[in-house]
Write a protein that binds this ligand. Structure first.
Ligand SMILES: [Zn+2]
Length: 97
């Protein structure tokens, strides 16, 4: 068995050993997935069922997710529109930075 093969075989048990129900302490940091040094993903035993980090994000959104994304986009566009006004509030000589 090669060193890499051994590492790959051991990785799931390493993940399991470092997994913690508390996402802040867990090896997956709550994402549900851990990337091994061999560039393969393992699902965290404590946080199963999360979206895979390399999923194609353009596909299979639920309706709620789409609505949320559209709202976010709207908010970003609003913020972008606000910026020029904010800046023009300051007379040219007193820009505070
Ligand atoms: Zn976890």
């Amino acid at each position: 068995m090669s060193e890499y093969q051994q590492y790959a075989n051991n990785f799931p048990s390493l993940v399991a050993a470092d997994a913690d129900p508390d996402p802040n302490k867990c090896v997956c940091k709550g994402s549900g997935w851990v990337l091994s040094q061999l560039d393969s993903w393992y699902q965290c035993p404590c946080h199963k069922g999360m979206r895979h980090p390399e999923d194609d994000y353009d596909q299979d959104y639920s309706d709620e997710e789409v609505v949320e994304l559209l709202l976010l986009k709207e908010i970003r566009e609003d913020e972008a529109l606000c910026k020029p006004e904010e800046i023009s509030d300051y007379p040219e000589d007193s820009i505070p930075f």
